[in-house]
Design a protein around this ligand. Sequence first.
Ligand code: FE
Length: 300
Amino acid sequence: MKDIERAVAYRSVLEVCNSTAGKEGAGFSILRPFPTRTLSYVDPFLLLDHMQPVPLKPGEAKGAPDHPHRGFETVTYLLEGAMEHRDSAGNFGRLTAGDVQWMTAGAGVVHSEMPGPELLQHGGVLHGFQIWVDLPAALKMTAPRYQDLSSAKIPVAVSADGLTEVKVIAGESLGIKAPTRTHTPITFLHIKMAAGAVFTQPLGAGQNALVYIVSGTARFGPGAETVEGTGKMVRFALEDRSLYLENAGADDRLDLLVLAGQPLNQPVARYGPFVMNSEAEIEQALVDFRSGRMGQIAGA
Ligand code: FE
């Protein structure tokens, strides 16, 4: 009996979600598993956007010009292309393939997220992700913080059988820890699995987990049904068990993101780029932004 229990001791699937397709910023194409009409957030994650790798002609690349944020963190992870970031705290950052930017908006910043000039001039592909991570009530008005994590600084772990490669963007996998500082415990992994690969990722009982399929076909339990295709997202029960991941495609590579974090169990009041705990705090954010208290980008 004990062996049987052990054999099924993986996180159970709560729900398989589809993404909505749309445009964001000045008009770049995204797939968005949440927020949608049926799923507002996955505590502590408020948003997941997958910027689509559509080929762009010269002059076509679009970004998100100057806009504010308050009350949470934005995490940008690029797979292809180049983006430039400027903000009201005077930061400038350039992201290329494999780089991550982890920005704590906290009390408020105004920033711009634009395609790199060479991408704009010559065209190409912009492919990546943006994730919004909620901040606990006590940290929503914390000072803004900015971490530029170049690909070289982000460790990549390989499983003993060599079939699974894990880029450890936050948290820990295969005994390798990410250097990323997070305000609450967060696990963010980009996992690539060769044909036939099976991988288990331990997660503490405290971490709420989801998996987003970038490409390929996966199975989330031994013998479980397969989940196929770009844009599918799976939510897991909050159990003190490991995630089970299997490449269930014929000879494809499976490419997925694992996101897990401690749920904050707090009210979520959201309005565009502001995410607070109450409507009154949203009103205050609007007042503060309109009166210039979130600053502006130098030279803007
Ligand atoms: Fe932004």
